[in-house]
Design a protein around this ligand. Structure first.
Ligand SMILES: Cc1cc2nc3c(=O)[nH]c(=O)nc-3n(C[C@H](O)[C@H](O)[C@H](O)COP(=O)(O)O)c2cc1C
Length: 445
């Protein structure tokens, strides 16, 4: 008998420790919680996600206030656009640990602007404090504005950033493995605190880093944090195929998602990995309600709250191109961008399909990623999710919430039960660690 049990999905919630989640005007929503500097704000989101049995809560990050539109930070700051304000995601997630018991906690940390010892230590700490729930979104950073905050006039080329990132992750893995799993003994009678024979220096000397080790934190409960990645260039995909266990993509269509996932899985095999150890999650911003018409009204209202300039300013920073130099009533010209390839492909495809001029593109970009089928009742949205999942376009979804906390609460109250009813999502956590939720093996030391 063929196994007719539906494949289950994985769910991640994309957020940022700042004003924006999925929709640029979301912070202006009458029911939005604007206490974005309070630990309670993030604890509340996390608890709601845990009630919905989400695999993980993800916090994006950048290391500068973007100034790519007209060389000015004004539009980002005035509109509270993506990046206007970002608390440190590691600290925010550390503050969420005590409010949750099972939810995975993913922080974005750059391999270009931090040293590996510091990053390995911080993630080992988060993984211990949370008893095995940490994940690292490995980014190489892509903005000139970030380079200028770290003493550089120009940021490194994409090749150089990824070469450095490869070595960076290798060093972190060596550091996490520098303590054997049983090195910490804590025997007061012997007395033996830690077994010196089981803690080793790493003596790493490479092209970019020289690190003696060992780490001063024992091997993390998960062996190492779950690796998340979102690079979409050729080099970025190879990096993901080598290291990542969760990949975020921003495909302009189901066809693009299917092709991206197949490509990532094939590349993972070339690196000697089981392709199923790589979970591909496309980003979507769902707006769900009890009826279709209420959902449409909500989507329209959220779009109304998002200023075109805010979306354009974020797009300029994502592409790392000053979009104010182009006529606003014409379409985005084809170009080679140094910024995020995934976002460029998404808007280039949208422009090609719709002929949308730049001004309108800004509005659209700021109004959240909403492919057809992600506005409506829970049944409508879950129908679409099933189509994507069954087509091999994804292993689940990364939901960019339209506003907080209402957008998260609606997803958990309406979409999650519908997925559960159809056997597509867990009804309770079955594992204790994030690796367990994702069905990933613990790497041996
Ligand atoms: C959905 C998504 C989320 C991302 N989040 C971040 C982020 O929070 N911080 C960051 O510096 N880069 C972020 N990036 C950028 C990528 O991780 C990557 O560093 C960048 O795309 C450059 O690589 P690429 O040229 O291979 O795309 C994100 C990209 C995507 C598609």
């Amino acid at each position: 008998m063929p196994d007719r049990t539906p494949r289950r999905m994985h769910l991640a919630a994309f957020s940022s420790a700042g004003p924006v989640s999925g929709i640029h005007g979301g912070w202006r929503h009458p029911a939005a919680d604007r206490n974005i500097l309070s630990a309670n704000h993030y604890a509340r989101i996390a608890r709601t996600l845990e009630e919905g049995c989400f695999d993980l809560m993800f916090l994006a990050d950048i290391l500068a206030v973007p100034d790519r539109l007209n060389g000015s930070m004004d539009s980002q700051l005035r509109h509270g656009a993506l990046g206007a304000l970002r608390l440190d995601p590691m600290l925010v997630l550390a503050s969420v640990v005590g409010a949750t018991r099972r939810l995975g906690l993913a922080a974005t940390v750059s391999t270009t602007y931090y040293p590996p010892f510091h990053v390995a230590r911080a993630f080992a700490t988060l993984d211990h404090l949370s008893a095995g729930r940490a994940a690292w979104n490995i980014v190489t950073s892509f903005q000139q504005a970030e380079a200028r905050n770290f003493g550089l006039e120009e940021h490194l080329s994409r090749e150089e950033r990824y070469d450095r990132a490869d070595e960076f992750v290798e060093v972190c893995c060596k550091l996490w493995d520098s303590w054997s799993d049983d090195a910490l003994v804590l025997d007061p009678a012997a007395p033996l605190f830690a077994d010196p024979a089981k803690v080793r220096r790493i003596d790493h000397e490479g092209r970019y880093f020289k690190v003696r080790g060992p780490l001063n934190v024992p091997r993390p409960p998960q062996g190492r944090p779950v690796f998340v990645q979102a690079g979409a260039s050729d080099r970025g995909r190879d990096f993901a195929a080598r290291w990542a266990e969760v990949v975020f993509i921003t495909p302009p269509s189901i066809e693009a998602a299917t092709a991206a996932r197949a490509d990532l899985r094939a590349r993972a095999e070339k690196f000697g990995r089981d392709p199923d150890s790589l979970k591909v999650l496309p980003g979507v911003c769902p707006v769900v309600a009890e009826t279709r018409s209420i959902a449409m009204e909500r989507r329209a209202m959220l779009a109304e709250l998002s200023e075109a300039e805010a979306g354009l300013s974020t797009l300029a920073y994502h592409l790392d191109v000053d979009l104010s130099q182009f006529p606003q009533d014409e379409v985005l010209p084809e170009m080679d961008v140094s910024g995020v390839q995934g976002h460029y492909r998404e808007v280039a495809e949208m422009t090609r399909r719709s002929g949308m001029p730049l001004r309108q593109l800004g509005k659209q970009y700021g109004s959240g990623r909403h492919e057809k089928g992600f506005t409506g009742t829970a049944a409508d949205i879950v129908d679409t999710m099933e189509i994507w999942h069954d087509a091999g376009a994804c292993d689940g979804f990364m939901f960019q919430v339209p506003y907080v906390p209402g957008g998260v609460e609606d997803i958990v109250r309406l979409i999650v039960p519908e997925l559960q009813r159809r056997g597509r999502f867990r009804t309770a956590y079955e594992a204790e660690t994030l690796r367990g939720h994702l069905g990933l093996a613990r790497p041996p030391a």
